[in-house]
Design a protein around this ligand. Structure first.
Ligand code: ADP
Ligand code: ADP
Ligand code: ZN
Length: 214
């Protein structure tokens, strides 16, 4: 199955994508994770991306599209994939549609995780991520068993730089301006499924599984 998870920053895309990826045995592709790995390893791509990410802006389409292109060509994507955080602009969506059509395929479904802005702010400000394995937790909604320590790998968990309050506001604005129009784009194509993401993580998972019929 070829899926896109759409939604505001902090809506719970990554949390749901991780679960679905295990359930469906298809790769979870997060452009945010790819950028963060590049930043950690101080690559050229990482240096360029960081300038935008720190300001709560989107990384330019050209750069983002080229990393997704490389990733989708890898063997493990043959039987499907879950895109988390891509596309985020209309040109990215148009690129993806064209690239998949050229390969004789298309996206099956787009799941829009819809969460109100007030809730988004609570989710992003409490988000903690593992410095080693990238697992995501929340200080209140999904706390680690031991304070500050990842449940999976025992490394330390931290707040992402771009989850600080000032950046969260600009990321939400960027979302409304540039990413929200994708709801109309995919709805016109008959691909949109909406899940109201205000419930707890487990309840939201059930709702995602239900709309997908998996
Ligand atoms: P979140 O999980 O909060 O939605 P991500 O981890 O997906 O955040 O992305 C972090 C940052 O990486 C974004 O704020 C943006 O700067 C950059 N980014 C990620 N995906 C894209 C994309 N498809 N296009 C442009 N920039 C992106
Ligand atoms: P996204 O990938 O859309 O940016 P994440 O999956 O990283 O979002 O989730 C953002 C934060 O909110 C994380 O700290 C996560 O643990 C928490 N979270 C995710 N889904 C829910 C939910 N349904 N209810 C409460 N908190 C959630
Ligand atoms: Zn970890």
């Amino acid at each position: 199955m070829k899926l896109i998870l759409l939604g505001a920053p902090g809506a719970g895309k990554g949390t749901q994508a991780t679960k679905l990826s295990q359930k469906l045995s298809i790769p979870h592709i997060s452009t945010g994770d790819i950028f963060r790995n590049n930043i950690k390893n101080s690559t050229e791509l990482g240096k360029k991306a960081k300038e935008y990410i720190d300001k709560g802006m989107l990384v330019p389409d050209e750069l983002t599209i080229s990393i997704v292109k490389d990733r989708l060509m890898q063997d493990d994507c043959k039987n499907g994939f879950i895109l988390d955080g891509f596309p985020r602009t209309i040109p990215q969506a148009e690129y993806l549609e064209k690239a998949l059509n050229e390969m004789g395929t298309d996206i099956d479904h787009v799941v829009n995780v819809s969460v109100a802005d007030e809730e988004i702010i609570k989710r992003m400000s409490g988000r903690r991520v593992c410095t080693n394995c990238g697992a995501t937790f929340h200080t209140v909604f999904n706390p680690t068993k031991k304070d500050g320590i990842c449940d999976n790998c025992n490394a330390s968990v931290i707040q992402r730089d771009d989850d600080k309050e000032e950046t969260v506001i600009s990321r939400l604005k960027t979302y409304h301006e540039q990413t929200e129009p994708l709801i109309g784009f995919y709805s016109k194509r008959g691909k949109l499924l909406t899940v109201i993401g205000r419930e707890e993580i487990e309840e939201t998972s059930k709702a995602v599984i239900k709309v997908l019929g998996v």
